[in-house]
Design a protein around this ligand. Structure first.
Ligand SMILES: Nc1ncnc2c1ncn2[C@@H]1O[C@H](COP(=O)(O)OP(=O)(O)OP(=O)(O)O)[C@@H](O)[C@H]1O
Ligand SMILES: [Mg+2]
Length: 317
């Protein structure tokens, strides 16, 4: 085992998976350091669920080297299974059982014993704010509650590596917040989290590393801040007092977009300190006093759209 595989909770090289002649994963490399959060981002059909299913032993890859929690996926799938927890995109909850019975089923599967199981179930019910619903059949729970139960079930066995496929889809803002807090707590305890998400703010909030999957490849990888830096986006909008000032500002910034309804000029880029200083200098030279400046820094949305659009993808690689 190499040093990199030992310090990585998930180590992937040359992972391939095709369905028919459709190469869903066309040679993927990943390294997730232990105790960090890794977010896989991509449009519908990009292969996120396929990747999670392979890493969690549910689907066989066509080729590639995969080591999860120190165990080779091909040679020791049982050991991988013991070390991980998976919350799939679609709920694994048994609707005929109550909330508590679903958790008990997991405790029994992990052979926790009566006392330890009851303790763990009680703690999870409290943590996920499900205690009041413990005796309700899961069928009578809302979608969001079932989602939380699903995740609680994943945690019964105290996994080292947790895979979460779109964990907050269908949760209300409070439910999302509860889940984000739990992810942070798990990471503090040393757990490694691999999640997929469509929500860019979620990746921004939670992930140490983000990888963008598109067309079978990882088209970008880095910290949220690094990815934002790689994409030119954002803008500065200068708000002006009257038409005269607007005219002068428009002349000073020929690349700007003038909106006479809102009396503004929007200048692309220029959102860093140097850019703002140069905008203010230019306004000074044109003897224009702005009412105020509005800075829109690039967010992960800009990154996502830039990287999953093949024309701009070439520009940033
Ligand atoms: N069992 C299967 N048989 C055939 N094709 C499949 C199978 N599973 C997935 N695919 C195809 O693989 C591609 C990737 O699917 P996948 O579910 O991994 O995407 P995803 O990124 O998770 O999408 P979403 O955001 O919609 O959840 C899709 O084109 C899908 O139709
Ligand atoms: Mg999916």
């Amino acid at each position: 085992m190499t040093l990199s595989t030992r310090s990585s909770a998930v180590h992937v090289r040359g992972l391939r998976k095709s369905y028919g002649d459709h190469a869903v994963l066309d040679g993927i490399d990943l390294d997730v350091p232990a105790g960090t959060v890794f977010a896989l981002l991509g449009p519908n059909g990009a292969g996120k669920t396929t990747a999670v299913n392979i890493l969690s032993t549910l689907v066989r890859p066509d080729a590639g080297e995969v080591v999860v929690a120190g165990h080779d996926l091909r040679r020791e799938p049982e050991s991988v299974r013991r070390a991980i927890g998976v919350t799939g995109q679609f709920s694994a909850v048994d609707k005929l059982l109550t909330v508590e019975e679903n958790l008990r089923l997991m405790a029994d599967l992990h052979r926790l014993g009566r006392r330890e199981g009851t303790k763990r179930i009680g703690a999870l019910l409290a943590r996920f704010e499900l205690a009041d619903a413990a005796t309700k059949p899961a069928a009578a729970c809302s979608g969001g509650m079932r989602r939380k139960l699903d995740l609680a079930m994943t945690l019964v066995g105290r996994p080292n590596v947790v895979f979460l496929d779109e964990p907050t889809t269908g949760l209300d803002p409070r439910g999302r917040r509860v889940l984000w807090d739990i992810v942070h707590e798990l990471v503090d305890e040393g757990v490694t989290i691999v999640l997929t998400t469509q929500y860019l703010d979620e990746a921004d909030q939670l992930a140490d590393t983000v990888a963008v999957l598109d067309g079978g490849h990882i088209v970008a990888e880095g910290t949220p801040a690094e990815l934002k830096r790689r994409v030119r986006g954002g803008s500065v909008t200068v708000h002006l007092a009257d038409d005269r000032a607007l005219g002068s500002a428009a002349q000073a910034f020929p690349a700007g977009t003038v909106d006479s309804d809102t009396c503004t000029v929007t200048i692309p880029g220029g959102t860093d300190v140097e850019g703002l200083r140069s905008i203010l200098d230019r306004l000074d030279s044109a003897r224009v006093n702005p009412e105020h400046l509005e800075v829109r820094t690039p967010d992960l949305d800009d990154v996502f759209f830039a990287l999953t659009d093949s024309d701009t993808r070439k520009a940033v690689q």
